[in-house]
Design a binder for this molecule. Sequence first.
Ligand SMILES: Cc1cc2nc3c(=O)[nH]c(=O)nc-3n(C[C@H](O)[C@H](O)[C@H](O)COP(=O)(O)O)c2cc1C
Length: 216
Amino acid sequence: MTTLTKLALGMMGALRPKPATGRSTKSIALPPPVKQGGLPLMEALGRRQSSRDFARKPLPLPVLSNLLWAACGINRDDGGRTAPSALNAQEIDVFVALSFGAYRYDAATHALHLVAASDLRGVTGYQDFVDEAPLDLVYVADHGRMGLVPVAQRESFASAAAGAIAQNVYLFAAGAGLATVIRAWIDRAAISDALGLTHDQQVLLAQTVGYPKKNS
Ligand SMILES: Cc1cc2nc3c(=O)[nH]c(=O)nc-3n(C[C@H](O)[C@H](O)[C@H](O)COP(=O)(O)O)c2cc1C
């Protein structure tokens, strides 16, 4: 769908998910992430960039597993995560939109849990590439977990935490030869509806990930 069509549908409140392609299993146990090797950090920083040309090729499950662990997985025995959060509130949930369903990443079990048995990639933003790239991540703040943070600062702290997760994804992508772009040009109400979010949950940002298009 073109960006213009998506904008028009968004204005009418009609940006909706498509039927899922493939079977939406209730939960997906991710294989253990590989925590060794990869590109040295300084080289990954040297390659970090935003890309908007994605091949349709799906991401294999081990790649998705490594990516989500890099994003905000548990990296310590005390439950600490790869990304920081104010007062360790760990308030950001990562939702994972795939052609066969939308899932919430559960860091504790390193698994995906189904939240919508539909293809809602197209709902995650106005730009046309989001529909067909294999993966759109959505970063959602759960204000229910931010009780210790003053109300006036919750949104900015949560946005900072989401930004840290996004940069982890950028660096993982740089190391794994993937393309990615963080996105704020999104229809938050449409995404919230499609994911069935509560009033406590606030959609902050989205991020597309996939293999780079060969000819770009
Ligand atoms: C908060 C934020 C929101 C952004 N929103 C979008 C967006 O909606 N769409 C998009 O294509 N790029 C978006 N970007 C990516 C920027 O355009 C990109 O980072 C910038 O052009 C610099 O390019 P680089 O990331 O390759 O260094 C966003 C970046 C940030 C930090």
